[in-house]
Design a protein around this ligand. Structure first.
Ligand SMILES: NC(=O)c1ccc[n+]([C@@H]2O[C@H](COP(=O)([O-])OP(=O)(O)OC[C@H]3O[C@@H](n4cnc5c(N)ncnc54)[C@H](O)[C@@H]3O)[C@@H](O)[C@H]2O)c1
Length: 258
């Protein structure tokens, strides 16, 4: 496992309370970065910081809702006040919404919720953090797409479209930056072994006799472990990825090869 030197750097990870969030936080902390664990679930980030054994002063827990502009502004204000800079932003927070509902039946309010957390949450976080990075003339943003945002899976129109929006926003923002020391990329995983994956399997139970019937892993025959995705995130943030801007890193073990 490669360790990057992130000493002196500050990383903000949204959705840090989940298993993938924890894996990403650990990678940044191992590289010597100060880390902000941001999540709507305050108890989850406090638990993550405790379980990961983060050192006092090297981290901050921020309870915030990425879909709420005031909540985002408050969190970013606190982070810049405490840590003085933001070098890396990982927009990991996301919700799956319904994954077994056809378009003509899809609950519109739930669709709005999915869009507001996934797409608008990513936009609000970039709006708040990009000016900080631009002033530093240094920064890297990693947004979270999904294979669902690149292909047309059944039963999850809001999730898929919100992830497509995130992949596109990444390209828009990357083209507005790049030359100023700020890079913006996205990662699009296939299945990852987290609480979200387990919740989606539960949803499939109502539609399929065997929920795994609707799950394809491709040639690897398994989902990604959270740390396998975390490794891509820290690479994209590292200076070794200094020429990577506007890319969407597919990490699906080959499941979409056909
Ligand atoms: N698990 C997968 O198979 C998979 C596949 C492709 C992409 N992804 C994407 O990866 C990201 C992380 O997924 P995960 O599997 O770790 O999910 P998860 O549900 O396990 O964790 C997501 C975290 O985001 C937090 N969150 C939710 N809404 C929030 C809000 N409004 N503000 C702040 N925090 C909020 C949750 O509290 C949770 O801690 C998501 O964007 C997801 O869409 C996951």
């Amino acid at each position: 496992m490669k360790n990057y030197d992130f000493s002196g750097r500050v990383a903000v990870v949204t959705g840090a309370g989940g298993e993938m969030g924890r894996a990403i936080v650990r990678r940044f902390a191992d590289g010597g970065a100060r880390v902000v664990l941001l999540d709507i679930r305050e108890d989850a980030v406090a638990g993550a910081a405790r379980d990961l054994g983060l050192e006092e002063g090297s981290y901050l827990c921020a309870a915030a809702d990425v879909s709420d502009p005031d909540s985002v502004a408050g969190a970013i204000g606190r982070i810049t006040e405490e840590f003085g800079r933001i070098d890396f932003l990982v927009n990991l927070a996301g919700i799956e919404g319904p994954n077994n509902s056809r378009t003509e039946e899809y609950d519109v309010r739930l669709a709005e919720k999915v869009f507001s957390v996934n797409a608008m949450g990513t936009l609000l976080m970039m709006r708040a953090v990009l000016p900080v990075m631009q002033a530093q003339r240094y920064g890297a943003v990693v947004n979270f797409g999904s294979v669902s945002g690149m292909f047309g899976y059944q039963g999850e129109i809001a999730y898929g479209a919100s992830k497509a929006a995130i992949i596109q926003m990444t390209k828009n923002a990357a083209n507005e930056n790049g030359g100023n020391g700020v890079r913006v990329n996205s990662v699009s995983p296939g299945w990852v072994n987290t609480a979200m994956f387990r919740r989606i399997l539960k949803q499939y139970e109502s539609t399929y006799d065997d929920p795994m019937e609707n799950v394809t892993f491709g040639p690897m025959g398994r989902p990604a472990e959270p740390d396998e995705i975390a490794g891509i995130v820290v690479f994209l943030c590292s200076d070794e990825a200094s020429y990577v801007n506007g890319s969407n890193w597919l990490a699906d073990g080959g499941m979409t090869l056909g």
